[in-house]
Design a protein around this ligand. Structure first.
Ligand code: NA7
Length: 544
């Protein structure tokens, strides 16, 4: 156990050593010259990619877009092996970044932050950890991730199960051997859709317990050639700049036309081409109104259903796999490799638990209303208490001892998704109310980190002791986030974006759907106007 931070005073404490915490540390320490410490629960860097080691775990953004852009040499020297980066490779990349910038010396691993209280008597944050550390810090910055608080549903009888079970987000480092075993997977979101085809190849038998059928687009994963990487690297400046100002954090030419303004043949041709290219291009580059207009969306949804009909041999299984109760991409759009084909395998069965819900987990497997399925291993691909769950696990208190959890009881509130009013000098990287999970994460994280570090630099230069979001500015931002969301189709699905997967969680759309580029522009305007919407308190009384 490291105890060298007991009762110490630092400029900043950062929670989490994923993309966010690592870059934040670099900016605070190496760019601004401040003292900073990162606390990380895992025993190494990586965040999401440290925990999510399930079979098939892979990023849905293309490799050359899923990386840091702040250092040109770093971008040039790293070589990705595939079109999409797989979990072990992302972890190697982040390890390389940690080494290159000597980050680990200021990261305290195997340490969970348990409490962070704003001490009004000191104008400092007092941070406590499960290792007994107590730190006073001027700035409290969270990089806790949006989908890090794993959710194992409360199903009767789990304790009695005689086999082994795992949640995809807390996968054993040594892996799980499925050879010859009877495996059950509950959940068909991103994690399930990635894991199911890989587990099916190894397991004796796989039963998939599906509550909601999903729209998923083939990734068309494969290796990348040196020529491709050379070409991309030669254009990195242009590619990165475009992704920074885009809606989804990519450099794709985002479509603007309507799916309703072309005839059926042309529409089908465009969808076919995007289906062949694979990945998020289907969502971003086909038609601009898919996420806003239900009739436009229906055309994409029907196209995907036609593909399911084509791919899946058994018509009854195909029917069960066809999503009809929510628009395409109103839940997180999914990218897969051989997902629908997997249901043509002899050793795979699909159980519709919307029709016959799970009643209990027994000693031998899972019992639904219609029967019992004997299993050796259960995989929970059941998702996360998204965006707010990781905050609620820490006792965070602002002015007057107000708990963040209480402040957010009706739904999260924070100015720009960065700063909750009443919590001075607290900044959240990819917090609720920011574009975060709706765009490619690394450029989104970089924008947040750079905004925060520029703000901190401004505070240091201008002798500002405290920066606190103005309650009115916060309320306006939350209204804006809701208003933008209300114009999308996101509101029509029971998704984790809306907290719908967690019993009792308020139904509030949490990320900002305005897009990364628009958000960046707003943040820049706010910074240029002297951090409008924040109340700034000077360190010394200003002489007039
Ligand atoms: P998701 O996307 O939240 O998917 C969870 C899946 O588990 C989804 O199919 C759920 O069905 C299902 N689920 C959740 N709770 C239950 C219960 N109680 N019973 C049965 N089925 C259940 O999580 P992922 O880990 O796949 O992906 C999270 C993010 O990671 C993803 O959005 C990307 O950003 C990367 P439902 O649809 O709710 O009916």
């Amino acid at each position: 156990m490291t105890t060298d931070t007991r009762h110490v005073e630092l400029d900043a404490v950062v929670v989490g050593a994923g993309f966010s915490g690592m870059y934040m540390l670099y900016r605070l320490r190496d760019v601004l010259g401040l003292s900073a410490r990162v606390f990380e629960a895992g025993d190494d860097v990586g965040g999401t990619w440290y925990w999510n080691r399930y079979p098939g775990a892979r990023c849905d953004s293309e490799s050359y877009l899923y990386c840091f852009t702040f250092d040109k040499d770093l971008a040039q020297e790293w070589t990705w092996s595939g079109k999409y980066p797989e979990q072990p490779e992302i972890l190697r990349y982040l390890s390389h970044v940690a080494e290159r910038f000597d980050l680990r010396r200021d990261i305290q691993f195997e340490t969970r932050v348990t409490a962070a209280h704003f001490r009004e008597d000191l104008n400092r944050w007092e941070i406590e950890t499960d290792q007994g550390d107590r730190v006073l810090a001027r700035y409290f910055i969270t990089g806790v991730g949006c989908i890090s608080a794993g959710q194992v549903p409360d199903i009767k009888g789990l304790d009695s199960f005689q086999g082994e079970w795992h949640h995809t987000g807390a996968w054993p480092h040594e892996g799980v051997d499925f050879t010859g075993k009877r495996v059950g997977v509950i959940g068909t979101g991103s994690s399930g859709v990635q894991a199911i085809p890989v587990i099916a190849q190894q397991a004796g038998h796989l039963t998939v317990f599906q509550r909601t059928p999903q729209y998923t687009i083939p990734a068309r994963h494969g290796t990348v050639t040196p020529e491709f990487l050379d070409e991309v690297k030669g254009r990195y400046d242009e590619i990165f700049e475009k992704s920074r100002w885009s809606r989804g954090g990519t450099h794709y030419d985002e479509a603007e036309g309507s799916a309703l303004e072309v005839d059926d043949d042309e529409r089908r041709r465009i969808y076919e081409a995007a289906w062949e290219q694979g990945g998020f291009k289907f969502l971003l580059t086909t038609f601009g109104d898919i996420t806003f207009d239900r009739r436009a969306n229906d055309t994409a949804a029907e196209f995907i259903r036609s593909k399911i009909r084509e791919i899946v041999d058994d018509p009854e299984t195909a029917e069960k796999l066809m999503p009809r109760d929510h628009p395409f991409a109103s839940k997180r759009a999914l990218i897969d490799t051989n997902y629908f084909d997997t249901y043509n395998r002899e050793n795979v069965d699909l159980v519709d638990i919307r029709h016959a819900p799970i009643e209990a987990i027994t000693a031998n497997g899972i019992r639904t209303r219609e029967g019992e399925y004997e299993l050796d291993v259960i995989v929970f691909a059941t998702g996360y208490d998204g965006m707010t769950g990781a905050f609620n696990r820490i006792d965070i208190r602002g002015r007057g001892g107000e708990a963040l959890k209480e402040k957010w009881a009706e739904g999260p509130k924070a100015y720009l998704g960065l700063s909750p009013a009443g919590f001075p000098n607290m900044f959240m990287i990819t917090g609720p109310g920011s574009p975060s999970v709706l765009s490619n994460m690394p450029p989104t994280i970089e924008q947040h980190v750079e905004f925060v570090s520029d703000f901190v630099e401004y505070m240091v230069e201008h002798g500002i002791e405290l920066a606190e979001a103005d309650a009115e500015a916060e309320a306006e931002w939350v209204d804006h986030v809701n208003e933008v969301a209300s114009k999308t189709l996101y509101m029509l699905a029971d998704s984790w974006y809306l907290g719908a997967n967690i019993p009792g969680k308020p139904r509030v759309f949490m990320p900002y759907a305005g897009g990364l580029g628009v958000y960046r522009e707003k943040c820049n305007e706010i910074a240029e106007a002297g951090y409008e919407g924040y109340v700034l308190q000077s360190r010394e009384p200003v002489e007039v």
